[in-house]
Design a binder for this molecule. Structure first.
Ligand code: CMC
Length: 428
């Protein structure tokens, strides 16, 4: 018999079923609580609210475990590649060679985008942040593929939309950068693998020969794997909630890109480098910035530190820190902000404020340093995160749809004025 939780309130007792996941996580199911008692639960920021039951990603914040479909992130980062991980997230199993080849071929086939999308791109000023450009171009796919608006489209049509997203996001991401630079865009090169094609579209110039550096392509591939999914975070929850209204997958992913943009989420990678640069310009006094982060009257936060779920360490940060050392050594890059980052990390990990609050470096603390070494400009960092997170968003959107989940619609506790009569303008 399944377990029951009991809630007593106002002389009444309510029985609530307890649900258990495959990793023995337990949750009190409160879906019927309001009907039974008139009570709702209140949890701003959904700090302790499960919004769904999902079979995609497991993470244990206390033990620093992250698994996609049961596979440890350390194994995937070491042995797999981004397209294989994308297949795993979207379909639930690792592909056979034949399945992998078909998946990769279909994605390669759809990398080109409609020429008219260039006209939309041309409308953006060069100061436009690439994340805004990216989300707009992704949303514009609803106009170029209007059948995607039909909530009853077939599974084959949905799979075609998914392949189009995987194929076209790198093209849009590179074009967002070209727009910023005022350079002509590059078209995809379908002879190259996923990351090499993206790098060529980003960096090739008409007047110069461009060869993709395999060290850079490999490092980027690993970063994308580390970012590929992270269960019900802000952007993923956004994708699921927009999708739950039966909006098109393109609109849902576009919304996810916007949610990712903020500095408390994916935008942190850009903020970390800006913070490290500011500390360097300011003479490298890490202690002063640590003090600022601890001062409750100062809005400054140590960017790249802290996580809603990880309370001992972020396993992605461990892998990224090691990769940062390797990539910088391989490319012969000597980045002075790396030293500042290490000094800041060391100081924070030994500081009572950070120890008490269990604040550790997260995935974004070192990723910006690698992106910089790979030649990626700062305001493209969050775009790289979006490139990596795309298969996760897709898998989560697909799962939400297959589970036939109800529209996302939280409750609230109203704290405004009670009923009052309208007064004419002259009588106020
Ligand atoms: N610097 C200084 N103090 C912090 C920081 C920080 N980076 N993060 C949390 N705290 C303090 C916070 O002030 C609070 O203190 P107190 O208990 O005295 O009020 C306590 O730690 C708990 O913080 P919280 O804001 O309640 O925690 P949260 O779970 O709501 O927020 C977070 C998580 C990631 C938004 C937050 O740690 C933060 O703002 N970090 C900096 C931004 C960042 O690096 N974001 C990237 C997250 S990882 C990439 C991703 O998946 O999005």
């Amino acid at each position: 018999m399944s377990e029951i939780a009991k809630l007593s309130f106002d002389g009444n007792e309510y029985e609530l079923p307890v649900t258990e996941g495959t990793e023995n996580e337990k949750a009190i199911d409160i879906a019927k609580l309001r009907g039974q008692s008139g009570l709702i639960t209140l949890d701003p920021g959904f700090k302790n609210t499960g919004s769904t039951q999902s079979a995609i990603t497991f993470l244990d914040g206390e033990l620093g475990i992250l698994r996609y479909r049961g596979y440890n992130i350390e194994d995937l980062a070491e042995k797999s590649n981004f397209l294989e991980v994308s297949y795993l997230l979207i379909y639930g199993e690792l592909p056979t060679q034949e399945q992998y080849d078909t998946f990769a071929k279909e994605i390669t086939y759809h990398t080109l985008v409609h020429e008219d999308i260039k006209k939309i791109l041309d409308g953006f000023p060069s100061v436009a942040h690439p994340m805004g450009v990216l989300s707009s171009l992704i949303c514009s796919l609803t106009a170029f593929y209007p059948t995607s608006l039909d909530p009853n489209r077939t599974d084959d049509e949905i799979m075609l939309s998914i392949v189009r997203l995987m194929a076209k996001l790198p093209t849009f991401a590179a074009w967002a950068y070209k727009n910023k630079m005022g350079h002509p865009v590059n078209y995809p090169d379908n002879n190259l693998d996923y990351c090499s094609n993206f790098l060529k579209m980003m960096f090739a110039l008409p007047a110069e020969k461009y060869e993709v550096d395999p060290v850079i392509a490999k490092a980027l591939d690993k970063l994308l794997i580390l970012h590929a999914d992270h269960e019900q975070n802000c952007s993923t929850s956004t994708v699921r909630i927009v999708g739950s209204s039966q909006a098109s997958i393109y609109a849902s992913i576009s919304a996810g890109i916007n949610a990712l943009w903020g500095p408390l989420h994916g935008g942190a990678n850009q903020s970390v480098i800006e913070m490290l640069e500011a500390i360097k310009e300011d003479g490298g006094d890490t202690k002063r910035y640590l003090d600022k982060a601890k001062d409750k009257n100062d809005p400054f936060r140590l960017m790249g530190f802290g996580h809603r779920v990880y309370k001992n360490f972020d396993p992605r940060a461990k892998i990224i820190k090691k990769a940062a050392d390797e990539v910088l050594a391989k490319l012969g890059v000597n980045d002075p902000v790396l030293e500042i980052a290490k000094e800041l990390e060391e100081a924070a990990l030994n500081d009572q404020y950070f120890v008490d609050r269990k604040l550790y470096p997260n995935v974004d603390f070192y990723s910006g340093i690698i992106y910089r070494a790979l030649g990626i400009p700062t305001d493209m960092f969050t775009v790289m995160f979006a490139l990596g997170r795309l298969p996760g968003w897709i898998a989560q959107w697909k799962e939400m749809r297959e589970n036939n989940e109800p529209i996302g619609r939280p409750r609230q506790v109203y704290t405004g004025a009670n009923e009052r009569g309208y007064k004419e303008m002259g009588n106020r």
